[in-house]
Design a binder for this molecule. Structure first.
Ligand SMILES: Nc1ncnc2c1ncn2[C@@H]1O[C@H](COP(=O)(O)OP(=O)(O)OP(=O)(O)O)[C@@H](O)[C@H]1O
Ligand SMILES: [Mg+2]
Length: 155
């Protein structure tokens, strides 16, 4: 049985595209299919005219495609700032302090606790941290899975 049938959407550059749906509707499956974690039986994922349906998961971040999984992905033993720095590791030039400061402006609660272990953060703030970390990778496409109880709608 397929979790997704007849899904078609276009995300435009410079815009936020939202997919809303009830629990179990298939939002996570859609994002995992786009990133390649779930193989598709039919259909296509196209980015800038290039068919990326069959590209491996690992091949996508170097192309600027990143996914933020729901409620996971923060390294709880590291501080908030160390977690943010991880985001720049995939870049040849790494992240600069001013870029990290921009994340603290976007998510002030992270700035006030930057030297605390990420373990102390509740779920919604972990999601902010993971989004901040993904932004420091300078993604061209950021696919963020979220849950309303963790939703942050401030950007
Ligand atoms: N690994 C899996 N194996 C089998 N069925 C799965 C698997 N993952 C999800 N499903 C099923 O696929 C459907 C879509 O689930 P999915 O997790 O994509 O929904 P969702 O919209 O993200 O829900 P939520 O709002 O709870 O996060 C559900 O019926 C779910 O039970
Ligand atoms: Mg989900």
């Amino acid at each position: 049985m397929n979790a997704l049938n007849g899904v078609s959407l276009t995300a435009q550059s410079g815009r936020v595209t939202a997919v809303l749906g009830a629990n179990g509707a298939g939002k996570t499956t859609l994002l995992r299919t786009i990133s390649g974690l779930v193989p598709s039986t039919s259909g296509r994922v196209v980015r800038d005219g290039q068919d990326i349906t069959k590209l491996s998961v690992e091949a996508k971040p170097p192309l600027g495609l990143f996914q933020v999984p729901e409620g996971r992905g923060v390294v709880t033993e590291l501080t908030i700032e160390e977690n943010l720095k991880l985001g720049g590791l995939s870049r040849a030039d790494q992240s600069k302090p001013a870029e990290i400061d921009r994340i603290y402006v976007m998510f002030p609660v992270l700035g006030t606790r930057r030297d605390a272990a990420a373990l102390v953060l509740p779920g919604g703030e972990r999601q902010m941290l993971f989004i901040g970390r993904a932004l420091l990778a300078m993604p061209q496409v950021l696919a963020a899975d979220s849950n309303l109880r963790h939703a942050y709608l401030g950007f």
